[in-house]
Design a protein around this ligand. Structure first.
Ligand SMILES: [Zn+2]
Length: 362
């Protein structure tokens, strides 16, 4: 199953005429309902997150509540087959991808977890929802994690990969994105300046670290090949970010791990996603087929609307989780509660800058 551009078949979700029975739920009732879901899960609730949880960290969601791209309606992502295509045509796609990504990556790299990431980390720390699958590639759940890196990797599955590593598909050589970013900068010293002149330093960033560069020619951008391959004498090796592209399949290992996480869970708490991407929706189908309950904290229509076994609270996940966590920690004092309080206070909200749209392609 290849990843396709996420869509909802119609703007009101997958269920025309669907009326959410929880449409008018109050915040205290939403908190009580979510707490009950976690209590019933007895420490086996699986959390599934999407782009909505990273918006408060200044990372734009691809799609608005209507299921359309919010960035540029003409924006078309690069597909897997294009990025890894050998020869000059593929190189041109790689120039386009890496020139934009070179500029789009730093804001993602520097983004900080917002309160929702910290609340999810607190649920993990309290053992209420120990494992997490995210569709986000921004590593913000990792940054929020109170556990050491090994434990964090065990608890968090990045379904669509992460922007923080690159690799060569030929040999699988893995490199840190920061190192590759440095290399891109060294090979293209003029690039940042050219772009800042065109856009006044303002560029739109998409969640995959790609940016819109209307008006800028990217065919002067130099794309390095894999350094390890070069050392082995392999020419023109392709470097790809460790994210699953449109038109690419999720690896069998990741797929199997996700299926196992759903099977081991008592139910799924979904946050900040319309489940428009089938790889995520399929996990919800798996849970429902196994009679596991699904509770969504997400605003806007979703692919799971109206499915038996799915309940949806249309509120920002953060405000509901904050209330839930307060109820868990207020009645008890101890080192864990202290740690959770401190985690909860660490989130940073960054209001997305209202950047001017890049000039239209001339
Ligand atoms: Zn290599």
């Amino acid at each position: 199953m290849k990843i396709s551009i996420p869509t909802l078949p119609n703007p009101t979700g997958n269920a025309p005429g669907y009326i959410n029975p929880l449409a008018h739920i109050t915040l205290p009732a939403a908190v009580a309902k979510t707490k009950e879901f976690l209590d019933k899960g007895k420490g086996k609730v699986l959390v599934l997150t999407g782009a909505g949880v990273s918006v408060d960290s200044g990372i734009r969601a691809y799609r608005g509540s209507e299921g359309h791209y919010t960035t540029n309606p003409n924006y078309r992502p690069i597909f897997y087959g294009e990025l890894v295509e050998p020869g000059p045509k593929g190189y041109s796609f790689r120039q386009r991808y890496w020139s934009r990504s070179y500029l789009g990556y730093p804001p993602v790299r520097d983004a900080q977890p917002n309160p929702t990431h910290m609340y999810v980390a607190a649920l993990q720390r309290l053992g209420l929802a120990p494992s997490l699958i995210t569709q986000n590639v921004d590593r913000l759940h990792h940054k929020a994690s109170p556990f050491d890196p090994t434990e964090t990797d065990k608890r968090i599955l990045e379904l669509h990969g992460t922007l923080h590593f690159v690799h060569c598909p030929q040999k699988g050589h893995l490199h840190r994105r920061d190192e590759f970013q440095e290399l891109l900068g060294k090979l293209n010293p003029e690039w940042e300046r050219v772009v800042s002149e065109v856009h006044g330093g303002k560029v739109k960033t998409n969640p995959d670290g790609d940016v819109d560069l209307g008006g800028v020619k990217y065919d002067s951008f130099a794309v390095p090949s894999c350094a390890d391959c070069e050392a082995l004498g392999i020419q023109d090796s392709i470097v790809k970010p460790n994210v699953v592209f449109f038109g690419e399949s999720i690896s069998e290992a990741v797929k199997a791990r996700a299926v196992h996480m759903v099977a081991a869970s008592s139910g799924v708490l979904v946050m900040g996603t319309s489940l428009a991407t089938y790889s995520a929706f399929r996990l919800i189908k798996q849970a429902l087929e196994a009679q596991k309950p699904v509770l969504m904290l997400s605003i806007g229509p979703s692919r799971a609307d109206g499915l038996p076994g799915v309940e949806k609270i249309e509120m920002p996940a953060g405000s509901v989780l904050e209330g839930v966590l307060q109820r868990y920690i207020s009645s008890r004092q101890g080192p864990v509660q202290e740690e959770v309080r401190s985690l909860m206070a660490k989130g940073v909200t960054k209001v997305p800058e209202n950047l001017p749209a890049p000039r239209a392609e001339g």
